[in-house]
Design a protein around this ligand. Structure first.
Ligand SMILES: [Fe+2]
Length: 421
């Protein structure tokens, strides 16, 4: 790989040289301007860099400005998100505001001075770089973390057959985004998928949506009862159910937990949005439903590809995939062509930090996930959480009382919809 290391202090440059040079061809710079020029040139020459390590405090053009400029150049060159250069910011003072600024400017990770080789390697692996030429060991001899890293690498190369979301999901999204679409338009694309149509009618007939109304068979009636956005959320919920199916018997229990967690998060996010008086609560349902797809698909691939018959330590597996699930989930939703706001939620819902500047959507989904754990739909053992003490709850101004009401609501909604979705 080609790497740029930019730092005005020679001590830092030397240290990073020692760590990074065995991994690839590194160019070193003392200032930001030269980095921008080299980056631009590398594209002109058709040999772009794969990684930039940018010190924040450089005298001419600082690291953040370089990052902005790099992302601008990539946009101008219409470089696809998946192929953007990975940028690691370097700082001696990684306080909350600084980190938020980094991520908002489009960095992928950050490291702290003084440098820790192991930590840098871990971050590089998380970003999909191979840090050491390891011998190809059979899956059973690799640690879970190594297996997960290998899966992510194969995913990036397009070397893995992912389960696909039925085409109807994309078609429905297209219709809903087009202005002036009618129930007929929506019905036409859904009816092409007989299974989903039938399940959608059943869903609309269920007590979750149709309390006391007469039973009906028509897809159009179902759509008009649900409304466009709710129809879309229901289609995604129905279509994504198949993603929780695995041939790996050991993983089935965990998959079911993840399914219920996502359903509880979906209801939680919609209920929170309603409590806050926001419109389009169905949008939040969808966000809650798919925010943790990274976990689901990593587990699916692990079960499918590498650990089919090996005895699995579920705690080890879940903690390994959890470290990777946000970045991976974002890449996955991008590949599935979900809109950018949903990709952003997959990427940001675990933090690292939340502040006044964090989008409400992200706070809502974070809180909904925690609410799901609290109501018994978590997928790993964890200590009781003080929900009202979470940053997301505080920033949304929801107190213990409000959260208790929400928890009850989520419980009830999941009870009602568990068999539907
Ligand atoms: Fe998550």
């Amino acid at each position: 790989m080609r790497v740029i290391v930019a730092d005005d202090e020679s001590v830092s440059r030397n240290k990073l040289q020692e760590i990074m040079e065995p991994l690839g061809k590194c160019d070193f710079f003392e200032g930001g301007r030269a980095v921008i020029e080299a980056f631009q040139e590398s594209h002109e020459e058709g040999e772009p860099y794969q990684l930039l390590m940018l010190d924040i405090g450089m005298p001419d053009v600082n690291g953040i400005q370089v990052l902005h400029e790099v992302r601008r150049i990539e946009k101008e060159r219409e470089i696809h998100d998946e192929n953007r250069v990975k940028v690691i910011m370097v700082t001696a003072h990684p306080d909350k505001d600084t980190i938020i600024t980094f991520f908002r400017a489009g960095c992928d990770s950050y490291i702290k001075k003084p440098f820790d080789r192991e930590l840098i390697f871990t971050k590089l692996e998380e970003l999909g770089f191979k840090v050491a030429e390891k011998e190809e060991k059979p899956a059973r001899d690799r640690s879970v973390r190594e297996n997960v890293a290998q899966i992510i690498e194969r995913f990036k190369k397009g070397d893995i057959d992912l389960p696909v979301l039925p085409k109807v999901v994309q078609d429905v999204d297209d219709v809903i985004r087009r202005s002036g679409s009618t129930i007929d338009d929506l019905s036409r694309v859904i009816e092409k998928d007989a299974v989903i149509s039938a399940q959608l009618v059943a869903t609309a007939n269920s007590t979750l949506y149709n309390r006391g109304g007469g039973k009906f068979q028509s897809l159009k009636k179902a759509i008009s009862l649900l409304g466009f956005k709710e129809t879309q959320a229901a289609v995604v919920a129905i279509a994504s159910k198949s993603l929780y199916e695995t041939k790996n018997k050991q993983f089935r229990g965990m998959m079911e937990k993840l399914r219920l967690y996502s359903l509880a998060s979906a209801h939680g996010a919609a209920s929170i949005a309603k409590t806050l008086g926001l419109k389009e609560t169905e949008k939040y349902f969808l966000m809650g439903l798919i925010h943790d797809m990274g976990n689901v698909l990593l587990l699916w691939m692990l079960g499918q590809l590498v650990l089919h018959d090996e005895p699995a330590d579920m705690n080890d597996i879940i903690s390994s995939i959890h470290q990777m699930h946000t970045a991976f989930g974002a890449a996955l939703l991008q590949r599935w062509k979900f809109p950018e706001e949903l990709v952003e939620i997959a990427r940001m819902h675990e933090g690292p930090e939340f502040s006044e500047a964090t989008g409400k959507d992200i706070l809502i989904v974070n809180l909904a996930g925690n609410l799901a754990f609290e109501t018994g739909y978590g997928f790993i053992e964890r200590e009781d959480n003080d929900l009202a003490g979470l940053d997301s709850a505080k920033l949304l101004e929801l107190d213990a009382n409000a959260l208790e009401i929400l928890a009850k609501e989520v419980q009830e909604l999941v009870d009602h919809s568990e068999s539907v979705f």
